[in-house]
Write a protein that binds this ligand. Structure first.
Ligand SMILES: *[C@@H]1O[C@H](CO)[C@@H](O)[C@H](O)[C@H]1NC(C)=O
Ligand SMILES: *[C@@H]1O[C@H](CO)[C@@H](O)[C@H](O)[C@H]1NC(C)=O
Ligand SMILES: *[C@@H]1O[C@H](CO)[C@@H](O)[C@H](O)[C@H]1NC(C)=O
Ligand SMILES: *[C@@H]1O[C@H](CO)[C@@H](O)[C@H](O)[C@H]1NC(C)=O
Ligand SMILES: *[C@@H]1O[C@H](CO)[C@@H](O)[C@H](O)[C@H]1NC(C)=O
Ligand SMILES: *[C@@H]1O[C@H](CO)[C@@H](O)[C@H](O)[C@H]1NC(C)=O
Ligand SMILES: *[C@@H]1O[C@H](CO)[C@@H](O)[C@H](O)[C@H]1NC(C)=O
Length: 417
């Protein structure tokens, strides 16, 4: 989330239209179409410095905040555990198709809140745990954004307390807390905690989506309550305690309550998560042209982040293996490398290699002839995260079918069909 300051029109897609047209019932879950917007590569193939500068800043803001949340909540709530009983068999299926627009910066989809339903476009973010949208009483929010009007919802209930997000740059957004009915891709839950924000800093108001739907674990919820997908599990609204993403130029989809076997081939390679906060797995290694460059690191898989990041010294070591690469001060810390050939970058967690397509690693020409910008960037994840953590966003996720299983407490990867 918060990855672009560029405003593009919303793709004309609504869940309701989608549902009445053809409810895409996959084998396990329901498919939600996702829209993606914005690109760090200009139409002429050059790297968009201004947009990239903003993106990297925003990426940092978000993760700083999540870490603050983790710190605040982990000690208090402890780690949540799910009993196997939470998964009865009479579950429904749910799904959201993800729609593509322009290139690769952000995927979003439509949800509804309230009775009768009010429609919103949200970022489906595996790196945070709260649902928030603008309030109809928000004076600083963008007029382009849809706003939640609790008075128009017969199922909306005001709760005690205030939700507030505080970013590292001191911008804030806050508002009252409600519970209401929420529908995502045909999966409906009742009494879902959410916030309708009444103040929004200008950066947030410039986001193309109305709000965010967090898909990470309850322990990092600022609302201190169950995120949508956990509510869906507890209310038996989903068939299976897993959701899965296909992020691509065409046919992107979030499957809620299972996986869509039409979208992947071969087995799903599962890896246990190492904590119940972010979606995080251990024993990662990264290779250049098949030679391991760094290994034994932890990896956060984050649909709310565009690129891939690691601590500055780790990233420096990575690019040191690519002849002719350099950190470019004019590119606000991004690295450039000789465009031809783009090195083969792949990740491995003890199973097969998951390779990143050259067109995903290469963000475009830097402005210096023959130099291109790499999608691995130095990232300050804050003091709580160790030196050995990598953050893999959409750049990685576009190359695999990714499954987030609450039931198995695992992340799975499979080859895209
Ligand atoms: C991007 O950030 C760098 C470093 O802060 C700055 O020198 C450069 O002018 C910025 N570029 C644009 C286009 O904003
Ligand atoms: C809100 O706070 C008031 C006063 O502390 C309390 O009486 C009430 O039960 C609380 N309501 C909810 C929904 O928690
Ligand atoms: C945010 O506010 C705190 C406390 O006032 C201050 O220490 C910090 O430097 C500020 N950060 C920025 C980026 O302005
Ligand atoms: C990767 O392999 C290509 C072709 O064999 C070679 O030209 C390039 O230098 C290699 N790059 C790295 C970083 O090993
Ligand atoms: C990088 O350059 C060095 C020195 O010119 C050379 O020995 C090495 O093979 C090059 N590595 C790759 C991967 O091209
Ligand atoms: C960790 O990954 C390496 C390959 O990168 C593999 O050989 C090893 O078995 C893995 N260890 C575990 C515990 O999965
Ligand atoms: C890499 O991406 C390009 C552009 O999206 C696509 O045409 C190509 O088929 C992809 N290559 C592989 C091996 O998937």
């Amino acid at each position: 989330m918060f990855r672009t300051a560029i405003v593009l029109p919303l793709f004309a897609l609504s869940l309701l239209d989608f549902a009445s047209a053809s409810p895409l019932e996959s084998d396990r879950g329901v498919a939600i179409p996702l829209a993606k917007r914005g690109s760090l590569t200009k139409p002429d193939g050059r790297f968009d410095v201004a947009k990239a500068n903003a993106t990297r800043m925003q990426l940092q803001r978000k993760h700083r905040q999540n870490l603050i949340s983790a710190e605040r909540h982990l000690g208090l709530k402890g780690l949540s555990t799910l009993s196997p009983d939470a998964f009865p068999h009479d579950r429904k299926r749910g799904g959201v198709a993800l729609t593509d627009q322009e290139e690769d910066l952000l995927w979003s989809g439509t949800i509804t809140i309230g009775t009768p339903p009010q429609k919103f476009s949200v970022d489906f973010d595996t790196g945070s745990s709260d649902l928030w949208v603008p309030s109809s009483k928000c004076s600083t929010c963008s007029r382009r954004h849809n706003a939640y009007n609790a008075a128009l919802s017969s199922t909306g209930k005001l709760k005690n307390g205030t939700f507030s997000i505080h970013y590292a740059d001191n911008s804030t957004s806050s508002g009252p807390i409600y519970t209401d009915k929420v529908t995502v891709g045909g999966v409906t839950v009742t009494g879902q905690f959410l916030s309708a924000v009444k103040t929004e800093s200008s950066q947030l108001a410039q986001e193309p989506t109305d709000g965010v739907l967090g898909l990470a674990w309850p322990s990092i919820s600022d609302l201190n309550s169950d995120p949508f997908f956990f509510t869906a599990i507890y209310q038996s609204a989903v068939k299976e305690g897993a959701f899965a993403f296909k992020l691509a130029s065409h046919g992107s989809e979030l499957c809620i309550g299972g996986t869509n076997s039409k979208l992947y081939s071969g087995p799903i390679e599962y890896h246990p998560i190492i904590s119940q906060d972010y979606w995080q797995i251990d024993n990662g290694s990264v290779s250049l042209n098949g030679t391991a460059v760094s290994s034994g690191f932890k990896t956060i898989i984050d649909s709310g982040t565009t690129l891939m990041g690691a601590r500055a010294p780790v990233v420096e070591e990575f690019y040191a293996r690519i002849n002719g690469s350099r950190q470019d001060p004019e590119l606000n810390g991004y690295y450039s490398f000789p465009c031809d050939p783009v090195p083969k970058v792949s990740f491995n967690w003890g199973g097969r290699d998951w390779e990143i397509n050259a067109s995903d690693f290469n963000l475009g020409e830097s402005g210096e002839p023959g130099q291109c910008v790499g999608a691995l960037v130095p990232l300050d994840l804050g003091p709580r995260v160790g030196d050995d953590v990598w953050l893999l966003g959409d750049t990685f996720m576009k190359n695999v079918y990714s499954v987030f299983s609450v039931e198995k407490k695992s992340i799975g990867f499979a080859e895209l069909a």
